[in-house]
Design a protein around this ligand. Sequence first.
Ligand code: PMP
Length: 313
Amino acid sequence: MKDNLVAFFEDNFVGLNDAKVSIMCHAFMYGTAIFEGIRGYYNSSHDTVYLFRLNEHIQRLLENIKILRLEVKYTQNDIYQLIVDLVNKNNPKEDIYIRPSVYNSAKKIGPGLGTINPSDLSIFMIPFGDYFNANSGLKVHVSSWRRVEDNAIPARGKIVGAYANTALAKGDAQASGFDDCIVLTESGHVSEGSAMNIFLVKHGKLITSSITDNILEGITRDTVIKLAKSELNIETIDRTIDRSELYLADEIFFCGTGAQITPVLNVDNRKIGNEKVGLITARIQEQYLKTCRGELNKFKDWLTPVKSTSQVH
Ligand code: PMP
């Protein structure tokens, strides 16, 4: 991969180091941007990077920008092609993470969303390995911070400003010696992890928090539900979850683009199951990673292959 990675910024491909917003940018001052996180998996035997569920990520981005009344001149297909071109230009031979953002680029004081919101699309990509050490499993606590409510900052919007909530929750978990945390809704029910969705295994069934419990409706969450049904014949129950159900679960795992499938082995100093990676978690993790790396023919529709170019641009 090139030393100075290429990014897409203000309608052009430029060096990542040159892609800089003004300190007066509305999104910088008030968090008024919507973003996505997409993974690309490098398969060395195919010499190809597989972008995972690219269309679904772009679709979610283009839906969510309505919340902040942002508009972008690029279509779904344009953004798809820009991301493929960006990956081609950087020519990675390792796993990557891609971050498109649509942001309010007005340079004005005052948080108001005017009738005309100048907005821009930026996209960068970086090499990216594991977000967590997925094999050893996590020790987490229930955060004293609550997930942002839908009527405060909608969590499903993937709004940049809402991630101050994530930073407080994750930051305090780490400062207290935990790997991560589980956040509750204001009504005290399980919402999700700091930046990932959560699944419990109980009596051989999967349970995940409902989309009305202030979660981001994760693409990995949807993938897990589909893989569990199709490959393991396990149904997922999607409902409100009590905090104490966490302590009594047989297995717990987080899922997300960054987190992939990460076992949670201890919550609030209580062992989950026998504190070892559970059988169902392990099977879902295996299916998920094989799917992402293009090793299962069945789910090829979820992958956008970007073949390596031999020369470095
Ligand atoms: N919840 C939050 C708050 C997140 O930031 C993420 C990561 N995007 C997720 C859940 C998982 O979503 P996805 O599977 O679409 O990456």
